[in-house]
Design a protein around this ligand. Sequence first.
Ligand SMILES: [Zn+2]
Length: 492
Amino acid sequence: MDLPKHKTCYRALQSRDARFDGLIFVGVTSTGIYCRPICPARTPKSENCRFYRSAAAAQEAGFRPCLRCRPESAPDWSSWRGTSNTVSRALALIAEGGLDREGSGVEALADRLGIGERQLRRLFLQHLGASPVSVAQTRRVLFAKQLIHETRMPMTEIALAAGFGSVRRFNEVFRNLFHRPPRALRRKIIASDANAEAGVSLRLRYRPPYDWDSILQFLQKRAIAGVELIENGKYLRTVEIDRNIGSIEVTHLPEQNSLGVRIRFPDVRAFPRIVARIRRLFDVGADIETIEQHLSTDPLLAPLVARRPGLRAPGGWDGFELAVRAILGQQITVAGARRLAGQLVAIYGQRVSADKVGHNGLTHVFPTAKVIASAVAIGIAMPKSRQESLKALAEAAVADPGLFHPFRGIEESITRLRSIRGVGEWTAQYIALRAIRETDAFPATDIGLLRGAATLYDGASTAAALLDRAESWRPWRAYAAQHLWAANSVAI
Ligand SMILES: [Zn+2]
């Protein structure tokens, strides 16, 4: 997206237009502060305003984040596609720490995406107005700022959680930026804030509308016993990252256009990754307005979109887990696949204690690829060929830990996945859609999709006909698929 004209941006600022929130940031030259367009502070003079496409660009230009409108709580557009899928894939990798670890520089990132380093920098400049490194740095600062404001975590833990190498570095960055130490930014704790429950609570803002009921229903139908739980309108699950075990709890805060998240996890350094995964699972960063506008141009799809405004495309919590689900789901019902997944977890998943995860209904973590790969026989009731593909998948995942991360383009991801024994076109497209988050993935042979399409029009009984029709839904076919699935579940 190009930055709108100064006049348009300024008008958005004057009217505190929420549609521009997260899309543009304004740096005010007279104060040195940058804000969201909805900032409650008095509107600065037009000639003092500089507009930017990202918080990173404003920060790179020397502005510091406003303490009133808090740029860190603007909706995050990390999965915004614009005209560059490469930028979106890069942002997804950065969100999972792609530039935080040692030996993971911009060059390695560009390499993974199949382009040169200079080209990646150029694309970032064009679409975000900032370099990849400054996007990663701004992310760290803003995440730390969010933790300072919204939690009671000690500063030393926040420094670690946000990916600062040391507390000294954290203090230094904050002093430079805000001219005061980090703890001075913390507001006084109000009594009602001081709830005794364990874990760290955060809010993730989305751009409305958000169809929470549909996504919760989707997850409920697929919830694996012991690993996931839907209760009182909340989604809970166990999580395992780098051998540490904890849990997350996600709820809807419609008045705040946010999801409320509670994380229980022993290692705070995993927080950015956990948050990135929750964003992916709940498709928090979708540019829903653009997507719905586009899909509504097809007269057959328009009524579906109108019926479910804000319908999201749920991601997968973990690539391997999602791929296992896809294989278990080959040629059987969602309920059947869910049962098999439960059996698999009962045999191979590590048991967890309730005091670690905070709920009696959460009893296991999903088995790792390593455990499945080393199993002699899978031992659950399904055809031998599918047991073999499950093992082949696990072996492939052990051999290449990046198998389920964005990689160059969708075609290349599909090809790589299809080279695994037992992974056909449907399975590969399904994995691409939910695990790799390719917004144009489309498992056209899916029976649910075909049925959903059949409720719309007659000529949709074959995958070829559906694919043909879906051409005009590009690059958002994943969302069209979600609408068709939803239509089918109502039809049943
Ligand atoms: Zn502000």
